[in-house]
Design a protein. Sequence first.
Length: 77
Amino acid sequence: MTPADPRFYAALLEMLGSERSFAVATVVEVRGSASGKPGAKAIFDEHGHNLHGWGGRLRRALHGRAGDRGDCRWVSR
């Protein structure tokens, strides 16, 4: 999925219009091999389920690390 993928923005708009909590993650740097390349985006619900985008080890690294509404975090693994 590329940053300009219209499916990402459609999923984001759907989540913004809902009452559900969610987090958006963006890959900014990769060392070694990874399922997400720099610029890749994903949407996760409040339970850590991947609603759109990449998963695998990156999803596990992010699980439980979403902050409060509007919070921004740098997650390194």
